[in-house]
Design a protein around this ligand. Structure first.
Ligand code: THU
Length: 130
């Protein structure tokens, strides 16, 4: 998990969050064991900004990954920064319910680990469309 933590810290340092001043870093491991990270990128037209998680998912997909197997997320200080509702659904697209989502402080200390099922119970996913 330490590689994910280091990647999330590095990604968070690149966050573009001049409006909320809430800097988020996310890192995800893919099915090949590779780590992909991303930050939140806000916009002067506020709704056009996006979260750290989709930034990381974009890197994962563009690198040839198709599955998310582990996630680290961190916000400001020691606040518990769980993925927002939309991000939970975005993660769901590529992750099974038992995937662990580690919420850490900005320094990388683990605060709490959730499974995706805990954060998004009875979720709707690709299987529902088969
Ligand atoms: N944010 C994320 O990047 N991920 C989340 O899951 C929660 C919220 C960002 C969006 C916005 O740039 C800032 O945090 C404040 O909401």
């Amino acid at each position: 998990m330490q590689d994910l933590v280091m990647a999330a810290i590095a990604a968070r340092s690149k966050a573009h969050a001049p409006y909320s001043k809430f800097f988020v870093g996310a890192a995800m491991r893919d099915e090949h064991g590779h780590v992909h990270a991303g930050c939140n990128i806000e916009n002067a037209a506020y709704p056009q900004g996006w979260c750290a998680e989709p930034s990381a998912i974009s890197h994962l997909i563009m690198s040839g990954g198709m599955r998310i197997t582990e996630v680290v997320v961190m916000g400001n200080g020691n606040t518990l920064c769980t993925p927002c509702g939309g991000c939970r659904q975005k993660i769901r697209e590529f992750a099974s319910g038992d995937v662990k989502i580690h919420c850490c402080t900005e320094q990388g200390q683990l605060i709490r680990t959730f499974t995706l099922d805990e954060l998004l119970p009875a979720s709707f996913g690709p299987e529902n469309l088969k």
